[in-house]
Structure formats: structure tokens, C-alpha cells
Design a protein around this ligand. Structure first.
Ligand code: URA
Length: 185
């Protein structure tokens, strides 16, 4: 068991978490990956099929895109902490429901407290809207660092969006360059 899992287990037995119905269909609880002293923390939406199988975040198709984008910005994946809004895969990869996000929020809050990152990166609309508690217009708000509750936050596209719309690749790459710069400031 890694250190973050141990810490979340102090809240309750997170690997057997029954807080919402996603627990009924999951294979693994996907806590997150990366060093606890990371300057950058990425927050995705939810585990997909591969993540559910392996118990690790962003190891499928979206993870491949993420790896390329990180590399193009000069950020080492091993240096960032990666988590999701919900830790269990929604059936058929549907968007997590409000009550599921709420039920899981104790874990994400604790992860943010432990990592205390210099920059929080919100990958996609679900992560951005649930973290900020408001509607987000991705086209207008991505790639612009701002302060939210004493943390520097950057909203960007979800890596999976690039698989369906190649035009977003440049935007995602340039957002990650902004993220790198914000982390070094
Ligand atoms: N999409 C996400 O939002 N998170 C993952 O871990 C994988 C795909």
C-alpha cells in the first residue's frame, strides 16, 4: 500500500469504500499516483476501463495523450501527482453524478491537503466545475492561471478530448507550457 492510500485509510477503508454506487461495479479503487511533494497536481474525471483494471490513473488511451503532452512541455510524469475527481470507474465511462462526486470529495480534499501543490491542473469540464463549484466555459478559460482559495489553478482540456478533436492538441500543449512556468515561479 502506498503512502497516500495509507493516509486515506485513516478516513476510512478507502480500498473497500462503499460511499456511493460506483463501488458496486468497480474492480479497483484508483487513488492516484506520484510523489507526495509534487509541485503540480493533475485532477482528471474518473478512472476508465484500463485504470479500473490496473488501479492506476491515466494508463489507457487518455494516459498516452497525457504522457505526450507532459513530455512536450518538459514535465516529467514522475514529478506530478495525478488523481481523479472520483476514484471508481462509472459504468460505461459515463460522467460521474453529483452525489458520487460529493461522496468521493473527502478523499480528493485530503489528497490536496497532503500534496499541497503549487499548481492544481483541472483536466476537463467535470474536474473544473466540481473543483470550482461553478460552470466553466473551456474555450474561454483554459490555460490561464488564477488564484482560487489560495492555490494557483489552471483549467485545461481533458486529454481524451484530443482523441476526438485533434485541433485541441495545440491548445493542450500550450496550456501545459503555461503550467510548467507557473510551477517554477
Ligand atoms: N480519464 C480520467 O479522467 N482519468 C483517468 O484516470 C483516465 C481517464
Amino acid at each position: 500500500m502506498d503512502r497516500m492510500t495509507e493516509i486515506l485509510c485513516r478516513i476510512d477503508d478507502v480500498l473497500k469504500c462503499p460511499r456511493c454506487d460506483l463501488s458496486l461495479s468497480r474492480t479497483n479503487v484508483v487513488i492516484g499516483s506520484g510523489p507526495l511533494d509534487a509541485r503540480i497536481m493533475l485532477i482528471g474525471e474518473a478512472p476508465g476501463r484500463n485504470e479500473d483494471k490496473q488501479g492506476k490513473p491515466f494508463v489507457g488511451a487518455a494516459g498516452k495523450v497525457l504522457n505526450l503532452v507532459l513530455e512536450s512541455a518538459g514535465i516529467r510524469r514522475d514529478d506530478v501527482y495525478i488523481a481523479n475527481v472520483v476514484k471508481c470507474r462509472p459504468p460505461e465511462n459515463r460522467v460521474p453524478k453529483k452525489d458520487e462526486i460529493e461522496a468521493c470529495s473527502v478523499y480528493l480534499k485530503k489528497q490536496l491537503e497532503v500534496i499541497s501543490p503549487k499548481v492544481v491542473v483541472l483536466l476537463g469540464k467535470t474536474a473544473a466545475e466540481s473543483y470550482l463549484g461553478r460552470k466553466v466555459v473551456m474555450g474561454e478559460e483554459h490555460g490561464k492561471p488564477f488564484k482560487h482559495e489560495d492555490r494557483t489553478v489552471v483549467i485545461t482540456y481533458h486529454p481524451a478530448a484530443i482523441i476526438y478533436n485533434r485541433k485541441l492538441k495545440d491548445a493542450l500543449e500550450s496550456d501545459f507550457k503555461v503550467i510548467r512556468k507557473a510551477a517554477l515561479e
